[in-house]
Design a protein around this ligand. Structure first.
Ligand SMILES: *Cc1c(COP(=O)(O)O)cnc(C)c1O
Length: 423
């Protein structure tokens, strides 16, 4: 059964100061999880996690991760600026983007970030943009085809479609890019790939690592380039459903170590540093969306209207994603009522849950929507003039810190140009 990291008395106290809806994050859970990740890869002296900023672009969170020894993975100008404002610069930033505007390469270079090139044409574009090729450079690999793991009678444990993905270079392009970058002065090379998203399997990283390690050995032989780091990127998932088994990061780290010892070490490449760019795994379970039941409606189905909507959490509307819901204070009550839990957008997909069995809900009940810590608030928008919520941090001592205030109508109007305005 899924448990909330916050209790009813704590929430009753919080909602007196901060109106619902809001996203709440669990500092103790975040720190314990980073430490488990770092312990799992402690066998690799150069190991570093570059947290994928896009998952939770909130300074209060980024600072915790920085304190725990993480760098940041940025993909846009504003994410780079955010890293800079958090005091993260130099090779503590990985810049992984595609379709990159010139000024973003320029900013990444100005900050001394490690640049991860998405395409072969980026080699010349980068040179033209910043006038040089950095000594440390990375390239993103896309092996094409389909990526599958653990075929069984029940289907595939993990399956994704790199051949349909817009990211990365083909294998021959990778060789060409390394050769050309070397000619242009690059000295330390990295390889990156992201082959499957939200994987619930301890085998994903080890399988990906084996592919990248083998590719690194080949590239070293073909080009003589010094492969300094290999980036396993993101994709380690979390159990959104209550009956799913979480990944075991210690087992994952051990699986990657075995691949390292079997492929890289015999090739004389036992000095390669590993990095990861996890987002969902780092934050997903350690954030929740707190909302209040404000309306009931009985038509062809039973609806509970809440004060949050898809503008606060898009995943259910966008992907049909499951997010577990706890009616706080009724954890032990029987789930004998079936509801659709809906927000107020004029869009029929604005439903946090459909046909969900829950305890009987009363007006004013607080609902905790689980696992919104990554790709939750971050994907928010302002459709229908609904505004983004606050983000709060639950500290290990039980106190609460505001990390981002809720938007106000003034924020919404700030970018609008009315008749009689300038221009
Ligand atoms: C989104 C993204 C990540 C993080 O993915 P998760 O699924 O949240 O782990 C890492 N690297 C890159 C380049 C990404 O675009």
């Amino acid at each position: 059964m899924k448990k909330t990291f916050v209790t009813l008395p704590q929430l009753q106290d919080i909602v007196e100061r901060y109106p619902t809806p809001f996203h709440l994050y669990d500092e103790a859970g975040i720190r314990a999880n980073v430490r488990a990740l770092r312990a799992a890869f402690a066998w690799n002296p150069g190991y570093k996690e570059y947290f994928a900023v896009k998952a939770t672009p909130t300074p209060g969170i980024l600072n915790i991760l920085k304190e725990e020894g993480c760098g940041l993975d940025c993909s846009s100008l504003t994410e780079l600026m955010l890293a800079e404002r958090c005091g993260v610069t130099g090779e503590n930033i990985m810049f992984s983007a595609n379709d990159v505007p010139a000024r973003e390469f320029a900013k990444a270079h100005e900050l001394g970030a490690i640049i991860n090139l998405d395409d072969y044409t980026d080699v010349d574009f980068l040179k033209e943009t910043i006038g040089t090729i950095p000594e440390t450079i990375s390239c993103r690999f896309n092996p094409g085809g389909t990526f599958t793991l653990g075929a069984s009678n029940e289907g595939f444990q993990v399956m994704d479609n790199p051949g349909q993905a817009k990211y990365g270079m083909t294998r021959p392009q990778l060789t060409q890019a390394f050769q050309r970058l070397k000619e242009m002065g690059a000295k330390r090379f990295g390889i990156h790939a992201f082959l499957a998203s939200n994987t619930l399997s301890n085998d994903y990283y080890p399988a990906l690592a084996r592919i990248l390690f083998q590719t690194a050995v080949e590239l070293h032989q073909e080009t003589g380039c010094h492969i300094a780091f290999i980036n396993l990127s993101g994709g380690v998932g979390i159990p959104y459903l209550p009956d799913q088994t979480p990944n075991d990061i210690a087992v994952i780290g051990e699986g990657v170590r075995r691949a390292y010892e079997e492929v890289l070490v015999p090739a004389g490449m036992g000095d390669v540093a590993l990095c990861t760019e996890l987002g969902r795994f780092m934050l997903g379970p350690y954030g929740c969306l707190v909302t209040r039941a404000t309306h009931f409606k009985h038509i062809y189905k039973e609806y509970v209207g809440v004060d949050a909507c898809a503008a606060n959490l898009m995943r259910p509307a966008m992907y049909g994603a499951y997010h577990h819901i706890t009616v706080i204070g009724k954890e032990t009550a029987p789930c004998d009522h079936m509801y659709d839990v809906v927000g107020g957008l004029c869009e029929n997909n604005d439903k946090f849950a459909v046909d969900r069995m829950l305890p009987k809900i009363d007006l004013g009940d607080l609902l905790v929507i689980h696992d919104t810590g990554a790709h939750g608030f971050a994907m928010g928008y302002q459709y229908n003039g609904r505004l983004r919520s606050a983000e709060l941090l639950l500290r290990p001592d039980g106190s609460v810190k505001l990390m981002r205030r809720a938007e106000t109508p003034e924020d919404y109007f700030a970018t609008l140009v009315f008749d009689g305005g300038e221009g």
